[in-house]
Design a protein around this ligand. Structure first.
Ligand SMILES: NC(=O)c1ccc[n+]([C@@H]2O[C@H](COP(=O)([O-])OP(=O)(O)OC[C@H]3O[C@@H](n4cnc5c(N)ncnc54)[C@H](OP(=O)(O)O)[C@@H]3O)[C@@H](O)[C@H]2O)c1
Length: 214
């Protein structure tokens, strides 16, 4: 597939590192420094472009921007023809990381869906960037579970495949509204990693009886 990534920071480049060896073509976008963007894209075997170019290029758009600039990034997509899957990797964090800027009565994912009517939004917050850039995605012997929330079942399947390809374990959670609860769980991980001394090689794991799933 063609993956257009908005946000070429720790997560954007970490996703590219995994997706390119899995046969995907990747275009990175969104930086205050286009020379830096072009250099990091070239180093990864990706192309670089504007947000509008990355969205135009993409079968799937991965959104990996700091929350505070996410609306600005989406506004740079321009007039998008038709619908595109947007894999929302963002955490709606306050700029100082002390908490969520929004939550539980809405979600970052639902707000993104309002900002980008062309987007078929699927929330799936990847493991920490430090893991994506490390030699292994395993924590002990386990992959981190990633909850997949979106209203389009086919889009959830597509993003679940990408989550698998980056080395995490997709859990199909169902509708986008459940991002209201998946996002605070990611915030908990941020607190545990950075404030409570667990470090960034942590993740969620859902225990359930497989036969209980309808
Ligand atoms: N880091 C993690 O472990 C992690 C894990 C799960 C989810 N997330 C979420 O993923 C998202 C991205 O996180 P990250 O750690 O990858 O962030 P990051 O390393 O700070 O990268 C942010 C990217 O956005 C660009 N950017 C920021 N402000 C901009 C502006 N005003 N105009 C143009 N480009 C701008 C930066 O470009 P420049 O080249 O100009 O700096 C950079 O490419 C966040 O929502 C975060 O909460 C992060």
């Amino acid at each position: 597939m063609k993956i257009g990534i908005i946000g070429a920071g720790n997560i954007g480049t970490g996703l590219a590192k995994h997706l390119i060896p899995n046969g995907h073509a990747v275009m990175l976008s969104f930086s205050l420094d286009m020379d830096k963007l072009r250099a990091s894209a070239a180093g990864l075997g990706a192309s670089a472009g504007t947000v509008a170019e990355a969205v135009q290029f993409a079968d799937v758009v991965a959104l990996a921007t700091p929350w505070a600039v996410t609306a600005d990034a989406l506004s740079q997509a321009g007039g998008v023809q038709g619908k595109k899957i947007v894999w929302d990797c963002t955490n709606a964090l306050k700029p100082d990381l002390t908490g969520l800027a929004i939550g539980t009565s809405t979600s970052g994912a639902e707000e993104i869906a309002k900002l980008a009517p062309w987007a078929i939004v699927v929330k799936a917050i990847p493991p920490f960037a430090q893991m994506l850039h490390s030699p292994s995605m395993l924590i002990g012997e386990h992959r981190a579970d990633v909850f997949i929330c979106g209203d389009d079942a086919n889009a959830r399947v597509t993003v679940a495949r990408l989550i698998d390809e980056i080395g995490a374990q997709p859990v199909d959670a169902g509708p986008l509204v459940l991002a209201r609860y998946a996002e605070p769980a990611a915030m908990l991980l941020v607190q545990l990693a950075y404030q409570q001394g667990f470090g960034t090689r942590i993740g969620l794991s859902l225990l359930h009886e497989p036969t209980q799933r309808a």
